[in-house]
Design a protein. Sequence first.
Length: 130
Amino acid sequence: MNFAEHYVLDSATLQAMGGNKQVSGLIHAAAASDDVYLWVPVLCLLEAERERAGIVAHAGVLLDVLRVIDDDYAMAVTVAELCRDGVGFGVAAAVHSARPNPTLPEGAVVATVAPEAYSGLGVGVMDLNR
């Protein structure tokens, strides 16, 4: 029995697309597999675009591999709560998306080039720097 792997790409990881071998490898793995899913919260996409123009267009080319998660009220609540504790918008959106939810009852792992940002936030992390 095959089990699906679900990964949330955060803002830092989106900014690293095209230049980081681990990020590129994960995207290629998802493109080649029916069991690897890459989730991208809209808020992470916008934060990455703010830091590096062209990310939204680059991600748009990969929409057959990347699954964009629309923001909703529940995400707004999580982001607001975490931001009050000093967590950035993109990290907060990734945390919300990785937690168990109706779409992903088991939750997901945040695949990131900035794993230290998730310390103590209660989600699994894949360090793409290794």
